[in-house]
Ligand binder design. Structure first.
Ligand SMILES: NC(=O)c1ccc[n+]([C@@H]2O[C@H](COP(=O)([O-])OP(=O)(O)OC[C@H]3O[C@@H](n4cnc5c(N)ncnc54)[C@H](O)[C@@H]3O)[C@@H](O)[C@H]2O)c1
Length: 492
């Protein structure tokens, strides 16, 4: 294991009294024993004329996908599951007055296993709290289903490896639903990078910096207040993939380059313990959150790739600073920057281009996926990115094409969660990022067919028949507020 300074080697440290997994042991075990069984990069499963979908987890995110999926031609919703019957009941409004008649599973922690067993399901969406994703995804793949997992796809390094091994053994797709790669400006910069606009991309900056204080301390925003428990139970970047995914697509990570090692530095927590104490003074429900040490307010993780490029990733889930994804791309011939507003492009002459030239570059480099489907996607979440992602996933499955993100992407991007925690707990020492492709990254083909060279048979996007987001859809409203009409940021 590579380490760059002298902090105690292999020390396992406790968080709030709980000993953390032996990460170095997991590293060594898989490095010695893992052999690629089958290369899932570029893998195309047999065509499905209709994609029969089951969804596990119907809190905030699951119904968002459900609302999007019922609009897409060639989708049948065959199963819906949440342990909480009220969530299932509420989600049903999205299939009212449609031809979808899903089997419902609810009322127990393990009901989701029955959905995985249901024979007439091809694709399972896993939209539960992230520490359940790998468990559920692995079970679904073993039952012959493809899986679309929300972010991050795994919570531990062991789970990252298990996802890879299960996908290879079962030859089922595991796509992590990293939707930020489909935002208009992110798609634009992916295409520009592929066309060589930036020259050699040397560095990327990515972040998910947005305050979740009121959400996390809200008693009903997330089931069982699970996010607050994660902020108390983990260190490091616990939400890395929105910043990292688009940069990896730009750099061709796992296809020509790969993540090599990282260091992670974290501030103290100046806000959460204090807030827990204040709330507990008047509300006994918060007593269990008093006296805990929380994850630091701002985590900064720096990754180096084997081709010698660097990525800076940040996660700030607490301070009241403006929402910021950064998405800064720095190349030998050009640059781009999404946040702070407005998005910018540079042609490598030490200045950002003027708005007219920005518009011309945007016109030239907007990829076909956005030209063809952007308008239809706009009404969906996250600036239309949710629809573009779900639509292309369905279209690829119906055409028997490789998916935009494979299991190696899911594992590498999600592994930042446990690896950055290890670094924070070990005085910001460096730690290797495993090669989940077992060497295949050197020759793996590009994915994310944003020019729609193949496929595109799924043309119909049906109007939303269900009730639009109601007063309970707090996250959708927050996103609109934070992004201040983000779609309009680029002229698309
Ligand atoms: N990509 C994005 O933009 C985006 C946005 C929001 C959330 N997410 C991700 O989506 C996931 C879900 O987040 P959320 O905000 O919807 O959380 P949530 O708490 O609102 O919903 C999770 C749901 O899972 C259910 N659940 C928990 N355990 C279960 C079990 N054993 N069986 C069946 N159901 C179970 C809960 O009852 C709840 O309804 C998270 O991993 C989060 O990171 C991604």
């Amino acid at each position: 294991m590579t380490r760059t300074n002298d902090a105690p080697a292999g020390e396992r440290q406790k968080i709030n009294g709980i000993e953390q997994p032996d990460l170095l042991g997991v590293h060594e075990r898989y490095a010695e024993s893992h052999r690629q069984r089958f290369n899932m990069a570029g893998y195309a499963a047999p065509k499905l004329s209709t994609v029969r979908v089951g969804i596990i987890g119907l809190g905030n995110r699951g119904p968002g996908h459900l609302r999007t999926l019922v609009q897409i031609e060639g989708v049948e919703i065959r199963g819906l599951c949440d342990k909480n019957p009220d969530k299932v009941e509420a989600a049903l409004k999205y299939v009212e007055n449609t031809d979808h008649s899903p089997v419902l599973y609810t009322g127990g922690e393990d009901e989701w296993k029955k959905l995985c067993d249901q024979p007439d399901i091809d694709l399972v969406f896993v939209t539960t709290p992230f520490y359940l994703h790998a468990l559920m995804s692995i079970c679904a793949m073993k039952q012959g289903k493809h899986v679309a997992s929300e972010v991050p796809a795994a919570a531990t390094l062991e789970e990252c490896w298990q996802l890879v091994q299960t996908a290879e053994e079962t030859r089922r797709h595991l796509m992590m639903l990293e939707n930020y790669s489909y935002m208009p400006f992110h798609l634009l910069t992916i295409n520009m990078a592929r066309q060589g606009f930036f020259g050699e991309v040397v560095h990327g900056d990515g972040a998910y910096n947005t305050s979740k204080m009121s959400n996390n301390f809200g008693k009903t925003v997330y089931s069982d207040m699970w996010w607050l428990r994660q902020y108390a139970g983990r260190r490091g970047n616990i939400y890395p993939t929105h910043g990292l995914g688009p940069i990896c697509q730009i750099m061709g990570i796992n296809r020509g380059d790969r993540l090599d090692y990282l260091v992670s530095v974290e501030s103290n927590d100046f806000m959460m313990a204090k807030r827990a104490g204040e709330l507990a003074e008047t509300d006994p429900d918060f007593a269990e959150f008093v006296g805990l040490e929380y994850r630091g307010n701002i985590n900064t993780t720096v990754i180096r790739t084997v081709q010698g490029r660097t990525i800076m990733l940040q996660h700030d889930g607490t301070t009241p600073s403006p929402h910021n994804l950064i998405h800064g791309i720095h190349g030998t011939q050009g640059a781009a920057l999404y946040d702070p507003d407005p998005p910018r492009i540079s042609k490598g002459d030490h200045r950002w281009v003027k708005p007219e030239e920005f518009a011309a570059l945007e016109e030239k480099y907007t990829p076909e996926i956005y030209r063809r489907m952007g308008a239809a996607a706009r009404s969906s979440g996250h600036g239309g990115s949710d629809m573009l992602m779900d639509w292309h996933l369905i279209d690829c499955l119906r055409n028997g094409l490789p998916l935009d993100q494979d299991v190696y992407d899911a594992a590498a991007w999600s592994s930042i969660v446990p690896l950055s925690q290890w670094s924070v707990l070990n005085r910001s020492n460096s730690i290797d990022i495993p090669d989940f492709t077992a060497g295949a990254w050197e020759t793996n083909p590009h994915n994310m067919d944003i020019e729609l060279a193949n496929g595109g048979i799924t043309t119909k996007i049906m109007p939303v028949t269900a009730t639009p987001p109601g007063p309970d859809d707090k996250l959708a409203r927050q996103w609109q507020r934070d992004h201040n009409g983000d779609v309009e940021k680029s002229t698309k």
